[in-house]
Design a protein around this ligand. Structure first.
Ligand SMILES: [Mg+2]
Length: 244
């Protein structure tokens, strides 16, 4: 941490990429309940207003969800893993067509959802997700679902993400890796900090391997391409506080 702080202080152009769920806030049984604390909003606002520092929330959530949580902050936001970008207060969407696979995938997700109590389907603009945080047999159903989706995918070309109590299906054209590439290549940053907890964040860490100066941090357990580990959300907040 002392080394990171030293690099942070000396940097002239900083980019901070933060995932939201499982990184800045703990998971909640109902996703809508994962509201940011006043303390977190204060910390993010302070960092965002530090000169030469660009803070971006990079989330898989849909635009409305993430806007409700952190939309009041003067920051850019990436939603749906990169399909939507809020830049200088305005939302822009990428031109992506998922109509080829949306219906067949949705049918499989709905079927899984009705046979697995406690789970539900989320339809986003450019992706679909099946959540099973509150489902007793969720993990088993998720294995079966992924297998079915892989078979369907022989005819299409979508991306299946086996996330934290969620299975997500999205266009291969979108992802946090591509979004990170776009952001990083826009400016010559001499400090890049990227923090995330889930599979989708690995795309971000993987891209940043090409930027050896980047500080990548994985939150929680599991295999990762990130350089550092933090145990939980509390530790992420503590680290961010030290940047103030
Ligand atoms: Mg996350």
């Amino acid at each position: 941490m002392a080394d990171i702080l030293e690099i942070y202080k000396q940097a002239k152009n900083r980019l901070i990429l933060l995932d939201y769920d499982g990184t800045l806030v703990d998971f909640t049984p109902v996703p809508e309940d994962a509201v940011p604390s006043i303390e977190l909003l204060y910390i993010l606002r302070r960092i965002a207003s530090t000169p030469n520092t660009k803070l971006i929330i990079i989330s898989g959530r849909n635009q409305n969800d993430i806007e409700n949580f952190v939309g009041e902050l003067p920051i850019d936001i990436i939603a749906e893993h990169g399909a939507m970008l809020k830049k200088q207060g305005k939302w822009q969407k990428q031109n992506i067509d998922i109509s080829a696979w949306k219906e067949p995938v949705l049918a499989v997700l709905n079927e899984t959802s009705s046979s697995c109590p406690g789970s539900f389907v989320e339809e986003k603009t450019f992706s679909l997700a099946w959540h099973y945080r509150n489902a007793e047999t969720g993990y088993e159903h998720a294995r079966k679902l992924i297998n079915t989706l892989e078979n369907i995918n022989l005819f299409y070309n979508f991306k299946i993400l086996d996330g934290n109590k969620v299975v997500e299906i999205k266009s291969i054209e979108i992802g946090k890796g591509k979004a990170t590439k776009y952001l990083v290549e826009k400016k010559n940053y001499d400090f890049i900090l990227s923090v995330g907890d889930d599979k989708t964040d690995e795309e971000m860490f993987e891209f940043l391997v090409t930027h050896p100066e980047a500080i990548t941090i994985k939150v929680g357990e599991g295999n990762t391409m990130a350089k550092y580990l933090l145990e939980n959300v509390d530790n992420v907040i503590k680290m961010l506080k030290r940047l103030l």
